[in-house]
Design a protein around this ligand. Structure first.
Ligand code: AMP
Ligand code: DBH
Length: 559
């Protein structure tokens, strides 16, 4: 990469109005420090304490800082500079955080794809950010050989640098880049990072055809993490289990691993929320806190009920956060009795706003609501379909703005027009009710999305993929109730071919390289799909139709 090559001036994003930005600074929400200061906070508190546990590996804060600097220096030597972008896909491993902090240190802006993402999602992210750097894992099917790498590099001539976890030697080895001594050319610092710039892209669950990216600035994300850590009373004694995908907003920032690093505590990684493995980790490492989606909580409670002797493994667990999808009050009520820990409900979104029940709230609020906004500066309105505010107690659409809620999706002017109002409020598409005490209860949503146990699926994205099939005339993807996951997805389609069946459509989607969780759990062939007056597929009518059809048609499980 030559010094003469033009570099973008900065990652574009929609800024907060200057007057609000001034207020956020004055109130001490925005500290104008880079996001990797969160790791420096922990390093200052407890340099030799264990910060990170992954399998048999452990890192003290000092070890982490050293590995981060080595990786940053290695990337610097390879020509990576501020405002370059990176595509990162790593599972729940220590390297996820080391890479994240090294990129922040350089001012290189990553998209952290989920490990469940495949070709379709990675290509969509790459097309949007045009990365100069890819960091991926040989254990992922896409990177087991050279085929996909070759495609990516052909489509993206700017993608000059690739680092792979699982590659033991050579210039593409991530392990070598993390372990190599600092090169003499490394200036020791990549220069100041303006904190009102984009730090990284968060992923939106989405409701449109292409996955959308959320620019998060250093200032706004840093504040959301510090405030979350304060609400959850994190301290150097906090020992947090990260069992959800590490890149997800919840285990990353609410207060998540970043909050724990800020407080000088310890993060232990699990490959998944599978109960028995998590219980072992909790027992072995004396973990005190974790965050789960409701379907995982059910599995944990079932595991204890099946084998009550296991409960002693959870002795140190004092706080369980639950969020990402609707948590039934009947389930919430059983948490403390079965798992022996305190419950906190969390209603958040990668776009910003995060609500928490507070640790000392009375029981009825913790069990029956999804909490209240974390910041005094969060503005929340519950509105009718015309956009007018509703009185407390009424169900309406959630609109919000504040010091850590974004102002626009990356390069999506049309979609931004739809989901932001003239005052900069973001309309999340959630249907909520606000109690007289200010707590929010999530009662549904209007956005065209399926919440499959906390994994969000944009109906339109799957519909677009199915419409590529020559034999599909019409398709509508809807949510159907599921006991275990809350919701599953059902694709209703019309086709002239009577033999078009679920296995062949699943195969068709998988061949297009879409993440597994987006492949519909159920397919229903209909003679024709119901339409609205303007000729769009009438999803409400479709839901009613499928509801009625449910006893007759066999629900098919994903293999
Ligand atoms: P995402 O846009 O992928 O970050 O997903 C955020 C969405 O997840 C929210 O807008 C809600 O629809 C849903 N969500 C998150 N937490 C909860 C919760 N505690 N209860 C119900 N829905 C939730
Ligand atoms: O579902 C979410 O996106 C979510 C849930 C809880 C989230 O982003 C968060 C907390 O920060």
């Amino acid at each position: 990469m030559s010094a003469l090559q033009a570099r973008p001036p900065g990652i574009e994003f929609t800024p907060w109005p200057p007057e609000l930005a001034r207020q956020y600074r004055q109130a001490g929400y925005w500290l104008d420090r880079p996001l990797d200061a969160l790791l420096a906070d922990g390093l200052a508190i407890a340099p030799d304490a264990t910060a990170l546990i992954c399998g048999e590996g452990q890192f003290s804060y000092r070890d982490m800082a050293q590995a981060v600097e080595r990786l940053a220096a290695s990337l610097w030597t390879r020509g990576l500079r501020r405002h370059d972008t990176a595509l990162v896909q790593l599972p729940n491993v220590a390297e996820f955080y080391l890479v994240f902090f090294a990129l922040l240190r350089l001012g290189v802006v990553p998209v952290n794809a989920l490990f469940s993402h495949r070709r379709h999602e990675l290509l969509a992210y790459a097309a949007q950010v045009r990365p100069r750097l890819l960091i991926a894992d040989r254990s992922h099917a896409l990177f087991a050989d050279e085929a996909f790498l070759t495609v990516l590099q052909q489509d993206h001539p700017q993608l000059g640098q690739v680092l792979l976890r699982g590659e033991t030697t050579g210039p593409r080895s991530l392990a070598q880049a993390l372990g190599s001594p600092l090169p003499p050319t490394w200036p020791g610092d990549a220069g100041p990072t303006p904190a009102d710039e984009v730090a990284f892209f968060q992923l939106s669950g989405g409701s449109t055809g292409t996955p959308k990216l959320i620019p998060r600035t250093h200032n706004d994300y840093d504040y959301s993490v510090r405030r979350s850590a304060e609400i959850c009373r994190l301290s150097p004694r906090t020992r947090y289990l990260c069992a959800l995908p590490a890149a997800h907003n919840f285990p990353l920032s609410s207060p998540g691993a970043l909050g724990v690093f800020h407080a000088g505590g310890c993060v232990a990684l699990a490959g998944s929320p599978e109960p028995l493995a998590c219980f072992e980790l909790i027992e072995r490492h004396q973990l005190t806190m974790t965050g789960l989606v409701p379907s995982a909580v059910s599995l944990w409670m079932q595991a204890v009920q099946d084998e009550p002797a296991r409960r002693h493994q959870l002795q140190t667990l004092s706080l369980l956060q639950v969020g990402g999808a609707s948590f039934a009050e009947s389930q919430a009520r059983r948490v403390t009795e079965v798992l022996g820990c305190r419950l906190q409900q969390v209603f958040g979104m990668a776009e910003g706003l995060v609500n928490y029940t507070r640790l000392d709230d009375e029981e009825a609020r913790i069990l029956g609501t999804q909490g209240r906004p974390m910041s005094p500066a969060d503005e929340v309105q519950v509105r009718d379909p015309q956009g007018l505010p509703l009185p407390p107690g009424e169900v309406g659409l959630l609109a919000t703005r504040g010091p850590y809620t974004f102002r626009g999706y990356y390069r999506s002017p049309e979609h931004n027009q739809r989901v932001f109002d003239a005052q900069g409020f973001y309309c999340s598409g959630d249907l909520v009710r606000q109690t007289a005490q200010g707590d929010l209860c999530v009662v549904g949503r209007v956005k065209d999305q399926i919440n499959r146990g906390g994994e969000k699926i944009a109906a339109e994205e799957v519909e677009d993929l199915l419409l590529r099939h020559v034999d599909i005339r019409q398709v509508g993807v809807i949510a159907v109730p599921d006991e275990r996951l809350g919701e599953k997805s059902c694709a209703c389609f019309a086709s002239s071919r009577s033999d078009l069946d679920a296995p062949s459509l699943r195969r068709f989607l998988r061949e297009q390289g879409v993440a597994d969780y987006k492949v519909p759990d159920r397919f229903e062939r209909l003679p024709a799909l119901p339409l609205t007056a303007v000729g769009k597929i009438d999803k409400q009518a479709l839901r009613a139709l499928i509801d009625k059809a449910a006893p007759l048609s066999q629900a098919r499980e994903t293999p």
